[in-house]
Write a protein that binds this ligand. Structure first.
Ligand SMILES: Cc1cc2nc3c(=O)[nH]c(=O)nc-3n(C[C@H](O)[C@H](O)[C@H](O)COP(=O)(O)OP(=O)(O)OC[C@H]3O[C@@H](n4cnc5c(N)ncnc54)[C@H](O)[C@@H]3O)c2cc1C
Length: 281
């Protein structure tokens, strides 16, 4: 099962050198190494790469290749191989991103095909634990059986994924009463490019000193985010006043939460317990 327990480990590689441009990658060795560890699919053929060259935007970029992980172990091991080759990576859900954010000259990790299960529905707590490839309507339909719902519903709700909604901080008409995606996510199990894996959540302010004091990569990230918030939070809120709908501007304000709710931005979500906003209206 995709973990919800917090566990961290130090990166084996600092990743400080950053990914290599895709033209200097040894794609032959990369695909061979990926195939030895990935139990899902590794698709580097021309047809597959062109299938993933578009999203809902005007941009077109043929990726290095595509990994379709079966589970979180596949994600972590494939990422480790990409890091060893210094290959850029990009997470992808349904590819409905309208601004080119779902295409790049990178190894695409497609979460929609296999990692699309609702792991738990707790009707008492009104939370769900989902894999990132779960489709918005899949969660809403399951919730509806209990007269509950998940409020954010982009126009693409019948095929966009929870991972993509978290990446975009998606909204939609019902987010007006139930909040945007960021308002409906309690916890994320994430893995960073450098291999650090951790669980992040809301309401971590009172734990901040302890987390930063514990050091390591996690402490470093939380410390940098707190500095960012403290330095620029008020300015961002002043320049981009919040609104109940619309993503691009308001996302920046939620990335700079007020003191009292530190919320680190994830690279990707392996699982996300999503609170259902309220009884269906
Ligand atoms: C016609 C149309 C109407 C739309 N209407 C709305 C609307 O009403 N409201 C709204 O908010 N948006 C809207 N959108 C934008 C978009 O559909 C949504 O934001 C949607 O939630 C994106 O989901 P996806 O699964 O397609 O994500 P993708 O496009 O695949 O990915 C979106 C971003 O999330 C990242 N991502 C994907 N999966 C993960 C993961 N597991 N971990 C980390 N990052 C990840 C990707 O790298 C990318 O940056 C619309 C788009 C179109 C084309």
């Amino acid at each position: 099962m995709v973990g919800t327990a917090a566990h961290t480990r130090q990166p084996e590689h600092s990743g400080a050198e950053g990914p290599r441009p895709s033209r200097t990658l040894d794609r032959g060795r990369l695909v061979r190494d990926l195939r030895t560890v990935v139990r899902g699919e590794v698709r580097f053929d021309e047809a597959s790469r062109h299938l993933y060259a578009n999203d809902a935007s005007i941009y077109r970029t043929v990726p290095v290749g595509v990994v379709i992980p079966r589970d979180d172990t596949d994600v972590v091991t494939a990422l480790e191989v990409c890091r060893r080759h210094r290959a850029p990576v990009l997470a992808r859900g349904a590819g409905t991103g309208p601004s080119g954010q779902s295409v790049n000259a990178a190894v695409i990790f497609d979460f929609s095909k296999y990692m699309n299960r609702i792991l738990d529905l707790d009707t008492q707590a009104r939370t769900a634990t989902v894999q990132p490839g779960v489709i918005c309507d899949q969660l809403r339909d399951a919730a509806m059986e209990h007269d509950l719902t998940f409020a954010p519903d982009p126009a693409t709700h019948d095929h966009n994924t929870l991972g993509g909604m978290i990446g975009n901080n998606s909204c939609g008409t019902h987010s007006v009463y139930g909040g945007k995606t960021v308002d409906n996510v309690l916890e994320l199990d994430i893995v960073l490019y450098d291999g650090t894996r951790m669980t992040v959540g809301v309401d971590e302010e009172e734990d901040l000193d302890r987390i930063i004091g514990a050091g390591g990569r996690r402490g470093e990230i939380y410390s940098a985010l707190r500095d960012l918030r403290d330095e620029f939070g008020d300015l961002v809120r002043e320049r981009f006043p919040g609104s109940r709908v619309g993503c691009p501007a308001t996302t920046s304000t939620t990335c700079f939460p007020r003191r009292g709710s530190a919320r680190p931005a994830p690279w990707w979500a392996a699982s996300a317990p999503a609170p259902w906003c309220s009884r269906r209206r």
